[in-house]
Design a binder for this molecule. Structure first.
Ligand code: IVH
Length: 683
């Protein structure tokens, strides 16, 4: 047989065994036999490099490390699920559905474990994986195709040449998570807090070789363009996905009514500890797809599905110390350091105590036995102190597990600190009486946190500039404030000399800093770290004032008139721009050439409701010419393109629409007929 044929045959055989192993959870050959086939393919491809194709199983890890991820627009947006936490929540949900659908409708439910990982969207064209992306903010995600390709249970080619868009959850099974953390520990690297963080951290690596080493897996739970196929129920959609090679969770269950669904949530809770993956509840979905189409979505979530969240897990442990840390805005927050306790599959050693009043309320003391709780996303917290056990653990007990245990604080009432743990300045209670703050503008802890905030993803997004850099660059005096970041180049040689800072890493950092100069104004305003101004408000301020200079010159009254800005906040913002140190920092960033300072959002643009959206017009429109429609879309900031691709947001289909409409359906692109388009975009 010639090489070309054998290569094709081997790929098919390997794909078949991958399918059996990953999707059907069964095998027909031994690992050794599989390896033999794989090696034969590798060898043949080596001898015939012109026959290598991207979908070959040998080509999962491809490409050089990226500089940054490209953006992918999600259409339709990737929403989240509304939560239910009780039986009555489930019945209320069912009632809400009954009120919208026709009286004679009958439906049942599919219940799926809500696996804790990272939501992804995959696009297959002609059966080939073309784009894999993260959820991001729901509308825009990141293109992580190279990393997705490294996940062995995700096929690079489906068993049928279909155009489909699917969504699922990439996760790290407990087994793999434990091994990964063991390796991290042994090589002196930071361990991951839980499998979700580990999965997310792995998929956000710019180098696919790293993701390839991480034990990632994926369950698919949504067929986005189901209407392109003859599929009537979600259960059929799951089976359809499974048949073409996309792994679905075998714990999924079809149930006839909401009462059995509730029963199942409790039964499944018993199994929670023994599941091979981390799950925080169940996703419950109406099975009949015509009901999905009838009841649709709220702004944030589908009406046809809901998440049933299990209660937070609790554990018992002992408090070893209470540490005070200083945040970006000077708020002092206490954290309890505890004897390690297993909770929700991970080891917990820290719990937030929120503020000093909480310590008083709980009367928690160093040495106490406490009940800690951790729900899905949240930081563990102490919910109860077992006072009756106060004397049960003698001081020797604590010294045994914590050699430098501080006797002087053992079981003493926790005193409020009167000075900042970082700079020693006096601290003051906030006007609202909850938080204590360090008011020293030069407090090192605050300065480091401000730098961290400025470079973080929500603000200026300087990749590679994390906690570690912020701390070290500050300690060395090279970055004392955010303006110094743009002067960092002059310290290149000194940084490279530091242990653990390679030339390449420093180079990449400087490139990322340079790139951040092109960021839009709202990111800069968020990054300034003005007390009370976050990402959302930053966008509103840009819309209101149109430019940095206008915002800076605004009066307290003007600020107070902005939606969401009260009197105190208005004064805060105003004062920020009158402070000499801040003015100097701003001036230095202006001279560094940050584009945001020149950005002017005209009042016209504020009306550009279709900003960033791409449209394709097809077929004949009755009430308006295509030219006119194009003009209107463009005047509102939208783009009109002549061909449909996965980047198209909307196809407006008039009468006798042909192949473009078909393609839009295949790609899962939103489609509007003339009357919907008039309503939504052209009116
Ligand atoms: S359905 C409109 N099914 O939970 C959202 N989601 O809050 C439809 N998740 O972001 C999602 N397992 O990442 C669905 N079997 C499952 C899921 C699941 C995990 C995640 C998903 C989503 C979040 C919803």
């Amino acid at each position: 047989m010639d090489a070309e044929k054998r290569i094709a045959e081997l790929r098919e055989i390997i794909a078949h065994h991958d399918y059996l192993y990953y999707v059907r959870n069964t095998t027909e050959i031994t690992d050794q036999e599989y390896d033999k086939l794989y090696r034969e393919l590798e060898q043949l491809e080596k001898e015939n490099p012109h026959l290598i194709t991207p979908d070959s199983p040998t080509q999962r890890v491809r490409g050089e490390p990226l500089k940054k991820f490209n953006e992918v627009i999600h259409s339709p947006p990737m929403l989240s699920l509304e939560n239910a936490t009780s039986e009555s929540n489930l019945f209320e949900w069912e009632d809400r559905i009954s009120r919208i659908v026709k009286e004679d409708s009958n439906w049942n439910y599919v219940v799926e474990p809500k696996v804790d990982g990272l939501a992804v969207e995959l696009l297959y064209e002609n059966g080939l994986l073309v784009v894999g992306s993260t959820r991001g903010d729901g509308d825009h995600g990141e293109d992580i195709t190279f990393n997705i390709r490294t996940i062995k249970s995700i096929p690079m080619r489906l068993s049928k040449p279909l155009d489909i868009k699917v969504r699922g959850e990439v996760f790290m099974p407990w087994d793999g998570f434990k091994i990964l953390n063991k390796n991290q520990r042994e090589s002196g690297e930071k361990e991951f807090q839980n499998p979700r963080n580990a999965a997310a951290g792995s998929l956000r690596q710019l180098d696919p070789k790293i993701a390839a080493k991480r034990p990632l897996d994926c369950f698919f739970h949504s067929l986005v363009n189901y209407s392109d196929f003859e599929i009537a129920t979600h259960a059929d959609a799951l089976e359809f996905m499974r048949d073409i090679g996309l792994r679905t969770n075998t714990d999924n269950k079809l149930l006839s009514d909401i009462r059995s669904v509730y029963q199942f949530t409790n039964e499944f809770l018993q199994k929670r500890e023994s599941l091979p993956y981390m799950a925080d509840g169940l996703a419950i979905k109406v099975n009949q797809l015509y009901i999905w189409d009838t009841i649709g979505f709220t702004a944030k979530a589908p009406r046809f599905a809901i998440a049933y969240k299990w209660p937070a897990e609790q554990g018992i442990t002992r408090v070893l110390d209470i540490k005070l840390t200083v945040g970006r805005t000077g708020i002092i927050s206490p954290t309890a350091l505890m004897e390690p306790v297993r909770l929700g599959g991970t080891t917990v050693q820290k719990a937030t105590l929120y503020n000093m009043d909480q310590i008083k309320r709980l009367d928690v003391r160093i040495g106490d036995e406490v009940v800690v709780e951790k729900g899905g996303d949240v930081i563990p917290k102490i919910v109860e102190v077992n006072y009756q056990k106060r004397k049960e653990y003698p001081i020797e007990y604590f010294k045994g597990i914590f050699s430098d245990f501080d006797d002087s604080k053992y079981l003493k009432e926790t005193q409020m600190a009167y000075s900042c743990p970082s700079c020693g300045s006096d601290i003051v209670k906030d006007e609202d009486g909850v938080y204590y703050r360090c008011l020293n503008p030069e407090c090192p802890a605050q300065a480091i946190k401000k730098i961290e905030y400025f470079v973080s993803r929500g603000a200026m997004r300087i990749d590679g500039f994390g906690e570690r850099y912020a701390e070290i660059l500050f300690q060395n005096g090279w970055v004392k404030n955010i303006a110094d970041i743009y002067d960092l180049e002059k310290h290149t040689m000194e940084i490279v000399m530091l242990e653990g800072f390679g030339e390449k890493a420093v180079d990449n950092l400087l490139i990322a800093i340079e790139e951040s100069k092109g960021n839009p104004l709202h990111r800069l305003i968020n990054g300034l770290g003005i007390n009370g101004v976050g990402a959302e408000l930053a966008k509103i301020l840009v819309d209101e004032f149109g430019s940095f200079n206008q915002l800076m010159a605004s009066s307290i009254e003007e600020l107070n008139n902005v939606n969401g800005v009260g009197e105190i906040l208005a004064k805060n913002i105003h004062d920020y721009f009158r402070d000499e140190t801040n003015i100097e920092i701003i001036e230095r960033m202006k001279s560094a050439g940050l584009k945001a300072f020149d950005e002017i959002v005209s009042s016209d643009e504020k009306q550009k409701t279709l900003d960033g959206l791409t449209f394709v017009l097809t077929g004949t429109l009755q009430s308006i010419s295509r030219e006119k429609a194009k003009e209107i879309i463009e005047s509102k900031g939208g783009k009109v393109s002549s061909s449909v691709s996965k980047k198209t947001d909307w196809v407006i289909a008039g009468e006798k629409a042909g192949s473009k409409l078909e393609k839009a359906k295949a790609l899962g692109v939103n489609i509007a007929d003339e009357s919907e388009a008039l309503d939504k975009f052209l009116g």
